[in-house]
Design a protein around this ligand. Structure first.
Ligand SMILES: Nc1ncnc2c1ncn2[C@@H]1O[C@H](COP(=O)(O)OP(=O)(O)OP(=O)(O)O)[C@@H](O)[C@H]1O
Ligand SMILES: [Mg+2]
Length: 521
């Protein structure tokens, strides 16, 4: 009997010890899990919290204090997050928490209006935890989304630009040959003496020139047009273009200028910058009421936005209007080539794309801010030129003779350019492949090589120029190009770059300073 009692007592004692051990182990396990969860919550970026079945905060990180204004533990999640009772956010949060408490992961997005009226996008994610609890993470996705959108937008612009540039290149060659032959026709005696024929020719010339203007805009968008860069005083350039801006805006609208640093210089294509300003003035006019006002301002950029990928000193040239402004959807696409909200026939959608492409090609960027009903500011961020850094601009150096080799794989084009030169007493020969051009350089010893930038062969214009200069070190090289993805190299290697299609006068203007005077030979 006693033995039985002893066994029972021992058995009961063992059970109690085991139960205690199990309890201790599970307490330890719970504590370990809690420590782990606390560490995870506290080191999470954004708001991270654990909530219970009553949707009250169990653990939260410090970020929640921004919303709750104090300790969040024990408070209902929606209150701790500072969400207004009757807002959409309450419903979104409740739905996420309900799904989580039912054992499912859940996610949602919440637009959140800031005090200054700007919108932010919050991403909410929930995960179920053991013991009827849930984990909630709220993060601000506004900047990440904007960055992704900007990068997708700039990829789209690059692709469209390259497409436009490629098309324009082929059209350019055709227009160039047509224009050149029409110009030769115009100077032919038969045409000169026939009034009717002269009229036909001049009408055709005008139409081809209009076509050339369009391809020029396309090439500008593709950032593949040669720029005629020179040191420009920004304040003077703006002063010079002001009468045209006033005319573009029309009577009743005002323009003011705010450029405190009157001496700041930029190294850029002044003609192209002027046409950008005019383009922006036209856009402003279209968005303005009859008494609108435009401000052209230029201020140094104190802090560069890292996403621009720029280094150095920059000036922000802003053109601001008080017009109708743009919706967020229009802002997102405004710089895209061919994007327009104007009626068919009123806008090509190339204005802002050209401005952006010009700013990038000049080594800067363009930005845009706009609010519906308040107005629009477009800014060109442009590199400041320090004249003391720059080498003295080298004046064209005349060669001893007047021999020229023209190289282009398009035979009609090579022939045309050579014939223009022969007409004014230049000893010109032409070649239609890099190989025959190099043979000519060796045999004929030209003073200048006028070469296409892109041959449909292994050797391109850049390679040809290098090889030709190796044969004849004093050779001056002038590139002709409608489109090139290596514009910088062309400008560094050649003396000049002529944008196709060019006129006879453009050719003479570019070439003659490198040749001996006709009277000297
Ligand atoms: N200052 C502005 N205010 C309001 N909306 C503007 C302004 N500038 C541009 N936009 C909007 O951006 C769109 C694109 O402008 P962009 O200058 O590229 O082309 P466009 O003016 O439509 O045509 P184009 O300039 O080729 O004649 C415009 O259609 C317009 O909706
Ligand atoms: Mg425009």
């Amino acid at each position: 009997m006693t033995a039985v009692v002893v066994v029972i007592v021992v058995w009961a004692l063992s059970l109690a010890v085991i139960a205690r051990l199990v309890r201790q182990r599970s307490l330890q396990e719970k504590k370990r899990r809690e420590t782990l969860m606390r560490a995870l919550v506290e080191t999470s970026s954004g708001v991270a919290l654990v909530f219970d079945a009553k949707r009250r905060v169990v653990i939260a990180n410090d970020d929640i204090r921004r919303h709750s204004g104090g300790s969040a533990t024990g408070r209902p999640v929606v209150k701790a997050l500072g969400v207004a009772d009757d807002s959409v956010a309450v419903k979104v949060l409740d739905d996420v928490m309900a799904a989580v408490l039912a054992g499912d992961s859940s996610a949602a997005e919440l637009p959140d209006e800031e005090d200054d009226g700007s919108m932010r996008i919050l991403e909410i994610e929930g995960r179920p935890l053991e013991g009827g609890q849930g984990f909630l993470h709220v993060s601000d996705a506004t900047e990440r989304r904007e960055r992704a959108m900007r990068s997708a937008q700039s990829e789209r612009m690059e692709a469209l630009g390259a497409l436009a540039g490629g098309l324009a290149h082929d059209f350019n060659n055709l227009l160039f040959v047509t224009l050149g032959n029409l110009q030769l026709m115009a100077t032919n005696d038969v045409v000169i003496n026939d009034e009717k024929l002269s009229k036909f020719v001049s009408r055709s010339v005008a139409a081809v020139e209009r076509g050339a203007e369009i391809t020029k805009s396309l090439l500008a968008v593709a950032r593949s047009q040669p720029l005629e860069e020179s040191a420009v005083t920004l304040a003077d350039l703006v002063k010079g273009i002001l009468p045209l801006v006033r005319q573009a805006l029309g009577a009743g609208r005002t323009v003011s200028v705010d450029i405190p640093d009157q001496s700041v210089q930029l190294m850029l294509d002044a003609g192209r910058l002027s046409s950008c300003i005019l383009n922006l003035a036209f856009n402003a006019r279209d968005a303005m009421g009859p008494n609108g006002s435009l401000t052209i301002a230029a201020h140094r950029v104190d802090e560069l936005d890292p996403s621009w990928g720029l280094t150095g000193s920059f000036i922000r040239l802003s053109i601001a209007d008080d017009g109708s402004g743009m919706s967020d959807e229009v802002v997102a696409r405004a710089f895209e080539p061919f994007f327009t909200t104007k009626k068919p026939g009123s806008g090509t959608g190339l204005g802002l794309a050209t401005v952006y492409a010009f700013a990038r090609q000049t080594g800067g960027t363009a930005t845009l801010t706009s609010r519906l009903g308040a107005g629009t500011t477009v800014s060109l961020v442009l590199p400041i030129h320090d004249p003391s850094d720059a080498e003295a601009a080298s004046a064209p150096r005349r060669r001893a003779g007047r021999r020229v080799v023209v190289a282009d794989d398009e035979q009609s084009l090579a022939e045309l350019v050579a014939s223009w030169l022969i007409d004014v007493g230049v000893d010109a020969r032409f070649a239609t492949s890099p190989k025959s051009a190099l043979d000519l350089v060796e045999e004929f010893a030209p003073d200048v090589l006028v070469s296409d930038a892109n041959f449909g062969e292994e050797i391109d214009g850049i390679e040809l120029a290098k090889l030709a200069k190796a044969i004849q070190p004093d050779l001056a090289v002038i590139f002709m190009t409608g489109y090139s993805s290596s514009m910088r190299t062309l400008q560094e290697l050649g003396e000049r770059t002529l944008a196709k299609p060019f006129s006879r006068d453009d050719l003479y203007g570019a070439l003659m300073p490198y040749l001996a005077e006709a009277s000297d030979v």
